[in-house]
Design a protein around this ligand. Sequence first.
Ligand SMILES: *[C@@H]1O[C@H](CO)[C@@H](O)[C@H](O)[C@H]1NC(C)=O
Ligand SMILES: *[C@@H]1O[C@H](CO)[C@@H](O)[C@H](O)[C@H]1NC(C)=O
Ligand SMILES: *[C@@H]1O[C@H](CO)[C@@H](O)[C@H](O)[C@H]1NC(C)=O
Length: 473
Amino acid sequence: MDSINDLEDANQGSYTPLLDQTTTTTQRKPSKGLLTFSGVLVLCIGMALIVNHNHRSDHNQIPKLEIEKLKPVDVISRGVSQGVSEKNFRLFSDDGTSSSYPWTNNMLSWQRTAFHFQPDKNWMNDPNGPLFYKGWYHFFYQYNPNGAVWGDIVWGHAVSKDMINWLHLPLAMVADKWYDINGVWTGSATILPDGSIVMLYTGSTNESVQVQNLAYPADPSDPLLINWVKYSGNPVLVPPPGIDMKDFRDPTTAWLTPNGDWRITIGSKVNKTGISLVYDTKDFINYTLLDGWLHQVPGTGMWECIDFYPVSLTEMNGLDTSVNGPEVKHVLKASLDDDKNDYYALGSYDIKKDVWTPDNPELDVGIGLRYDYGKFYASKTFYDQNKHRRILWGWTGETDSEYADVKKGWASLQTVPRVVVFDHKTKTNVLQWPVEEVESLRSNKREFNKVKLGAGSIVPLDVGRASQVCDFL
Ligand SMILES: *[C@@H]1O[C@H](CO)[C@@H](O)[C@H](O)[C@H]1NC(C)=O
Ligand SMILES: *[C@@H]1O[C@H](CO)[C@@H](O)[C@H](O)[C@H]1NC(C)=O
Ligand SMILES: *[C@@H]1O[C@H](CO)[C@@H](O)[C@H](O)[C@H]1NC(C)=O
């Protein structure tokens, strides 16, 4: 099924034919320029213009898939039975007239991104334990080494100097202990004052109980942190009384309390109320469950992947997770398992009472603001002590069918990392900007000076072969 003729035969003309690179001379793989365009569009100041007269005809021929003609007959939910976030995949019927679209690798290969984080192949979901260590940005992620669908989850690992170009490393942690044999799930890193790293993550046990485990680098002198050791006394936390064994996951980065203890929060639910459990610990081994919850919002269901961090009311730089005081607000973010969106709210954190209160109860967590109104979930920030900024990673699960994912051989990408700051103008929300490193992706700069634009005139600008972004200043 590699040529366009085969496709037409297979589909009896019910679809607009897809272009195939072997049968057209005008269609080309996305050029670097085009990819740059998609990667840095948001950076464009002023008006953006796509100068594309050479390839307008290509655009007109971009295949329109009439997906609505495919009837979804089956929705497979993966993960729920094992007590983790539901992942929906649509399969399509094969009733003889509208079979699954016969994708070929040729057709699908262009979907890979150029600058967003992706492993070479297979399934990826949540970002895990992002951190900066000895000159390298580390990124860990939920990964299925065996296929392009959710399952067999372990921790993938990559490092970068700029969060744009990545060196992929061996798996950081695999499911090899009874306390994580059903999955090495999401977790967060804490960097202690002496520079050492503590990693807390959720394991799904041999009995599918969600527990929290401790891990640390095997060789702290290795900047790449290639090998990880799981603490011999794992698990360090099991679901407390009143919490379902499958509603206890995704520990946060820890912050310091006034008496020198570390504190973490973990998402859960009671009935339909989303809650955040709080624990204090001195050593990340022994924990005390605090009375009450950091926060709760009725009707929001299970809170996954909680993130909790300060933002500065006075400065544009990011803050270490332990910073608190009058010049700080705290962001509380929950990923709602029920609707698969990331909701945050701004509020005040009383560390003595251990209660966070939203500035505006009508914009509380789960009922108010989202980080992103597209496909964006399970996000996590970290404080980049290298450039004094707080960086947000988020998982984009796309909307492909599982069938297409399997055919592609991969599923999901991560958003371009973003800097998060308090919006000093509105004081009611945060602002997000792609990290400045994306600027390095700009290339082939051409400037046009003293171009006179008469009223109604058309002035051709030679900007090269591919689509470009132009800034008008
Ligand atoms: C799970 O592992 C624990 C610890 O090794 C063991 O005590 C328990 O029997 C195991 N459960 C099952 C169902 O194998
Ligand atoms: C949860 O529901 C049960 C049964 O309806 C009720 O007894 C309990 O008080 C509820 N818990 C909370 C925290 O609302
Ligand atoms: C944890 O706390 C218990 C009770 O206080 C104590 O017996 C135990 O030694 C502690 N474990 C560690 C590893 O500190």
